[in-house]
Write a protein that binds this ligand. Sequence first.
Ligand code: AMP
Length: 339
Amino acid sequence: MNTSVATYGSHSALQILKGAKDEGLGAVLLCPRNRRKFYERFRLADKLLLVDSVEDLLRKDIQDSLMGMGSILVPHGTIISDVEISRFVKDFKVPIFGNRELLVWESDRELKEKLLKEASIEVPRAFSSPDEVDCPVIVKLPGAEGGRGYFLASGREDLIKKLTKMGAGTSCELYIQEYVIGVTVYPHFFYSPLKGEVELLGVDRRYETNVDSLGRIPASDQLNLDVQPTYEVVGNIPLVIRESMLEKFFDIAESFVEATKRLVPPGIIGPFCIEAICRSPDDIVVFEFSARIVAGTNLFISGSPYSYLLHGEGMSMGRRIAKEIRLACETSDLKKLVT
Ligand code: AMP
């Protein structure tokens, strides 16, 4: 039985399938029924299993089919956001590329902060009550994610005024974080358990609406419009980081890898992203991480400047995952990569 890579049809599925094929592995798509035509246009999947939603991945017949095809699931952001992740990691019995427990940590704000602190990475200050606020803050309402349901307050009074206007009160479960003023940078890393090494494979910044459009409105008009920033991602923009800053990002990534090994053994496996804001070239704050492939890697399906330096042409994150699986199959080391 040959090994195949399986993924769900959304997010970064195209590059995951292409990467599998380029490395000589089978490519299986768990395809939402209404997206069949779209995915068939690219002719990348060797096998298409039609499903209604991510929830169907928990069906016994689907899991049996995946097992029968020697599949390893590559998880991505849609899988994390569209099912209750703790239930998914418990009930999905097919091998997952990566550390499935870390997907749970990624989805929980407190665990996430705990991991970043364990890595001694600077994170934005968090306030447990609006009364403690003494700087501009970004407020993440309960259940808010992906930049939806966030709002900004310039300080304590502004925050209390906004919460009162929203009828949210000051006692509801708010996640109040220092608003870090600087530029956002999202480096995509890959930790290879086979080599014991962190690789930088690309960098992007997210294009978020409406916050990235505010600079096009003169300040005087912004005052009249009373416009509030929102942070929903609509795309990604490629970035290269000043070469003199790259080492700091590697330091952060390596501290992160070591912290995951201590707190969530066996630690991170494969792709992850550090979501950072640079106040200045020397002052980097990390407000989030993703413990799996991020959609910003879709920029680099034919490779990035950094993946070119390490691997030559055409090394996407999807292909890097497949390459690690192929190498592990050749040396009977697959257990180092899947959970
Ligand atoms: P997240 O859902 O945490 O990835 O955040 C969505 C977007 O909100 C980010 O890409 C940033 O533009 C912005 N953001 C989140 N947290 C902060 C913060 N602490 N300071 C400044 N901007 C932030």
